[in-house]
Design a protein around this ligand. Sequence first.
Ligand code: NCD
Ligand code: ZN
Length: 351
Amino acid sequence: MSKFVKKIKIKKPDDWHVHLRDNNILNKVIKYTGKFYKRAIIMPNLDNPITNCLKGISYRNRILNAMHVNYEFQPLMTCYLTRSTIPQELELGFSKKIFIAAKFYPDCATTNSKTGIKKISDITSVLECMERIGMPLLIHGEEICQNIDIYDREAKFIEKTLDPLRNKFPKLKIVLEHITTKESIEYIKKNDFNYLSATITPHHLILNRNDMFSGGIQPYLYCLPILKKYTHQIALRKAISQGDKHFFLGSDTAPHFHKNKINIFGCAGIFNAPSSLLSYVEVFEEMNALKHLESFCSENGPKFYNMPINKETITIVKKPCRIVKRINVGKDVIIPFLSGKTLRWSLDDKC
Ligand code: NCD
Ligand code: ZN
């Protein structure tokens, strides 16, 4: 495929890392994910995290009820691991297809992770169970410690937690979520694709840490893992443009109210659902790698999760697309990533 392509047809993508929140926010944001993606892994870090099957079923119903637009959308639910998670609950949830995977948040690593995991040894029986039943473990891979620099958290996590975990549970299926560094790319590539893969966000492909401080501090670009150096950004871009199947689409779309982003303790998270797919297309185009767009967006994820690849297709056309400026939620507002900006590609709605 040359870089002069004007129209791209690919199997309908899935987003393997999405925060939809709940209630009024959920109602407003869901259509943006539903427009571009057939399925999405729904992260469980609500204010009241999804820690058992009943909560998972009820949250899934709220998501389906919130989808007013007629999109055929399938939320794939995940269970939030705490030190009290019971292996039998996960086994039940996985066997009944209530949960597709479980999420490991290190304690205090990110939004609503105060009940996350302090020591990996606290969940040994849970991990043994997940390895046995083939349930994927999704990891927020950052080592959180006062003395570890925020820019080194991901690399340290690989060294101190992930590598020992892989040695102890070699057949446990793991997704290292939203990877941001050269070290992560190299580590992931060395491992068997069936047991270790990774998602990559559009913002970590488009931006580096200079952008966060360009012209003044930009709270809207604050996310976790934090944006990294240019050299890491380049490594991520290279990895996806080589078509390596260890890597797949996970936008980490994470809406927060404006008042909580612009706050003395601003929240981490970038709401990119309105632009995520089109941004990925731009990156693949810039890397002259459009031939690998479909595997990244629509094939590598389902292969890892042992799910069917979508049959439906979407068409993306070279036509400017303006990203929605703001989304009102009652008296509050959510400002999306690339708010009001124009991207080079659009979804062909006619198809
Ligand atoms: C996410 C959120 O707000 O839920 N924030 C973020 O910066 N990415 C959580 C997460 O994935 O870390
Ligand atoms: Zn996330």
